[in-house]
Design a protein around this ligand. Structure first.
Ligand code: ZN
Length: 420
């Protein structure tokens, strides 16, 4: 995952343009991604696909031709979606077009202007402060043309058409945690899942933030009713968290599964839904109200590296990517393995000893835990509680509950509830 994040890190992405396509090509080496193109001007819900942004070059030079700032060295230095400019301007005017972070004077901010036509640069505050008064040449060789917005999709067909949607944005330029980490993790998770037989159909969506999610929703309005579970993934490679923001529904199955998975993870945080963040904003808008939550490590906008040049490859680590991957796979396991058991001997406890199931009395701790799991499952298997509900109420791990239920089913003590 780290190597893949590293490979896509240098690319200058935006909500449209070749950067997205190039990124999809690299991700596509690991799984058969389908690229979709939505033409400029297409109405998507209340929005419209904008013109496609092309960026070739951007720099600031002093009057002796010395480069002060060069897009080729860092793609954050140009305001993302900047209109073209080629002028000689005085420092005073230049300042109005330069974005800096006075509180983090060595970092370059990441700034965009997708929907208001502006030109601009981003640089370290210290560098701006050091510029001598006088004239500068500013050149941004960009273009806004009729083109299209690209997004990538991969579907792993399961035994049923009920869907689990996993998505991340694909529109930030060189930012490691806030974007490359999510893209790398989802790609390799999709690849690994593609080799598994699954109950659910898994849809992986790599779409530019906001407008890409809206474009997908507009094109799939009749499909969204198939979505039973969903996760937006971002910022999954840093040392913070892990954290989960609930869907608008608050207690959707995925909300409960993620809460269960994070229960024992140190430093984990559970957050209630709020209408600000990543594309859960679109999936959880009232007209869709999908069961889609947000999984992150550090939550957006809370870490100083967020949307700055400090969100680089040193900020993410393979072990945190791996931990995020495991947590997501654990949630997927719960979704895949959950079922609702019905106790076939509900009057009194069935005699476990006679069936060789009550081996706990020798004092073996793990055997006694297994016995407790069986007792909990038998007691709550009234057809109302799924395995996750039993895990929640008993405080046991889902895996232990699922293992006990399987054993009891093999011994004819449980059946799947008819509602299954
Ligand atoms: Zn971001």
């Amino acid at each position: 995952m780290f190597a893949l994040a590293e490979a896509i890190f240098p690319i200058c992405r935006s909500i449209t343009g070749e950067g997205v396509r190039e990124t999809l090509r690299i991700l596509g080496r690991h799984l058969p991604l389908k690229r979709r193109e939505v033409p400029t001007g297409t109405r998507v819900l209340d929005w419209e696909i904008p013109k496609e942004w092309v960026i070739r070059e951007a720099f600031i030079e002093d009057m002796n031709g010395n480069r002060i700032l060069d897009f080729r060295e860092c793609n954050l230095t140009v305001l993302n979606y900047s209109i073209p400019v080629d002028r000689i301007v005085h420092l005073e005017e230049l300042r109005e077009h330069v974005h800096t972070l006075p509180d983090q004077p060595d970092a370059i901010p990441y700034r965009t202007s997708y929907y208001a036509p502006r030109w601009g640069f981003c640089m370290p505050h210290r560098q701006l402060e050091a510029l001598a008064s006088g004239m500068y040449r500013v050149r941004i060789d960009s273009e806004l043309k009729d083109g299209s917005l690209a997004y990538g999709e991969y579907v792993h067909q399961g035994e049923t058409d009920r869907e689990f949607l996993l998505t991340t944005h694909i529109c930030h330029p060189s930012m490691a945690n806030d974007n490359c980490s999510g893209l790398a993790l989802l790609t390799l998770l999709a690849r690994d899942l593609s080799h598994r037989r699954t109950r659910y159909t898994y849809r992986f969506l790599f779409a530019p933030g906001t407008i890409g999610a809206l474009a997908w929703l507009a094109a799939n309005e009749d499909r969204v009713k198939l979505i039973d579970h969903g996760l937006v993934i971002s910022c999954v490679g840093d040392s913070g968290g892990p954290s989960y923001k609930r869907s608008r529904r608050h207690d959707a199955f995925i909300d409960r599964a993620m809460a269960h998975v994070l229960r024992n993870a140190s430093g984990s945080r559970l957050l209630d839904f709020s209408p600000y963040g990543y594309d859960e904003r679109q999936f959880c808008s009232p007209g869709f109200n999908l069961p889609v939550g947000l999984f992150q490590r550090s939550t957006f906008a809370t870490f100083p590296e967020y949307h700055t040049s400090a969100d680089n490859l040193d900020f993410i680590r393979p072990e945190y990517l791996a931990d995020s991957y495991r947590l997501l796979m654990d949630a997927i396991d719960i979704v895949e393995k959950d079922w609702t058991p019905l106790n076939l001997f509900p009057k009194g406890e069935p005699q476990l000893g006679r069936r060789g199931l009550y081996g706990a009395l020798g004092g073996d701790k793990s055997a006694s835990e297994k016995a407790m799991a069986m007792l909990w499952v038998l007691n709550l298997a009234d057809g109302e509680n799924s395995l996750l509900a039993i895990a929640e109420r008993s405080g046991l791990n889902f895996d232990d509950v699922a293992g006990a239920a399987e054993l009891l089913r093999e011994h004819g003590l449980l059946a799947a509830s008819v509602a299954e």
